[in-house]
Design a protein around this ligand. Structure first.
Ligand code: NAG
Ligand code: NAG
Length: 369
């Protein structure tokens, strides 16, 4: 296919006749500001944008005139709803995805290793590729408009962009649950889950940004204190419990298994309304994606971000060699019948060897960080 957008929320009809620059890069005082600027497609991240952000971030990272980096999105709806790896007509899809994932993960690593405080204001939809642009940075500020998800198992992929690093580090089995089911977290819950470091009401964000810019040679601690003070002034939904609060022990128990079949077995045996709902969700996902994701998080729990990204690059290329990704994009984004025909179609048919093979070295084509 010529059209690949890794976000179930992006309307691909809006992709044509884009005139804006996909990303704005500017210096405000001593702050480097990255603004995702494709509001019509929920600020989806494409290769051009990656190639603009990466060198600028590296420059700011090593620049004595820059105190911090802020990344945000325009349009009021999204921070960034995912990756956009549309192939230009005529270009071979395979080589584009080889390049796209490589450069995207290199950018994710640059964010994770940035020495300047990196503050992602995730005021809106933040999924997939958008998570990779935020979660590895030192500070992530969620608002009541934040909607977080890693929905990749629904399109025959896996939660990449370093998902194998941050997800297994969330409490208990929460990360594995989010990874397998694509569960959407909203607002304050994004912070409660540990994906965001702060929660600040959306209307307070412009003032918070101004105060960040006004800080004189700030330490990380100064920035942290400032964000804390904005969080303290943001009482919205403070009384509302965490959406998964009453299920967190169920999640830890039901999602503790050395295999996806084991998890499905736990859910079946449990029979509660919550368990049945998760079973139904998992039954719609690519069986291959579920098994890859389970192993990805298992390995990722004890790997550095760099080693996780090398692993994920191998997985991304394995998914491009398989067929579920193309079928997932067709069913969710192109034909929109929401009825993908996965191959293999059941967990039992996905062998351990076929999963393990996805993790094997690409030799000369491995990602080098
Ligand atoms: C990325 O998006 C920008 C803005 O819409 C556009 O100008 C650019 O051509 C796109 N790049 C690719 C590779 O699609
Ligand atoms: C910034 O933090 C340092 C310690 O890291 C502290 O000494 C200083 O007073 C703080 N500055 C402001 C403006 O809060």
């Amino acid at each position: 296919p010529q059209l690949w957008v890794i976000s179930p929320l992006v309307n691909i009809e809006n992709m044509s006749s884009q005139v804006e620059s996909g990303v704005l890069l500017e210096k405000v005082g001593r702050v480097g500001v990255i603004t995702m600027n494709r509001p019509k497609v929920l600020n989806a991240l494409n290769l051009t944008m990656i190639r603009q952000i990466y060198p600028q971030l590296k420059k700011w990272d090593g620049d004595s005139e820059t105190d911090m980096v802020i990344i945000k999105g325009t349009g009021g709806k999204a921070f960034c709803a995912g990756g956009d790896i549309r192939a230009d007509t005529g270009k071979a899809g395979s080589s584009l995805s080889e390049i796209f994932f490589r450069e995207e993960y290199i950018l994710n690593n640059a964010i994770g290793t940035c020495r300047k405080p990196y503050i992602a204001i995730i005021d809106g939809i933040t999924m997939g590729g958008g998570v990779g642009l935020s979660v590895h940075g030192r500070f992530r500020v969620a608002t009541e408009k934040t909607m977080f998800a890693m929905p990749e198992t629904a399109i025959g992929l896996f939660p990449d962009v370093g998902g194998g690093h941050f997800l297994p580090r969330l409490r208990g089995k929460l990360g594995l649950f989010l990874a397998l089911t694509g569960f959407r977290l909203k607002g304050r819950d994004v912070m409660r889950a540990g994906v965001a470091t702060h929660f600040v009401e959306s209307k307070k964000v412009p003032e918070m940004e101004n105060e960040l810019v006004d800080l004189k040679s700030p330490s990380t601690e100064n920035i942290s204190k400032l964000l804390d003070s904005y969080q303290d002034q943001s009482q919205l939904d403070a009384e509302k419990p965490f959406v998964l609060e009453s299920h967190i022990s169920d999640i830890d128990r039901l999602f503790s298994s050395s295999s996806v079949e084991g998890i499905v077995g736990n859910l079946r045996a449990d029979g509660s309304e919550f368990a049945n709902k998760q079973l139904e969700t998992l039954s719609k996902m690519s069986p291959t994606s579920l098994k890859i994701t389970h192993k990805q998080l298992q390995y990722g729990a004890s790997l550095s971000l760099q080693d996780v990204l090398v692993m994920e690059y191998r997985l991304s290329q394995a998914c491009m060699r398989g067929c579920d990704f193309y079928e997932g994009v067709r069913a969710v984004l192109v034909d929109k019948d929401q009825n993908p025909k996965w191959n293999p179609s059941s967990l039992e048919e996905v062998s351990d060897q076929s999963v393990e093979k996805c993790f094997s070295s690409l030799g000369q084509k491995d990602l080098i960080l």
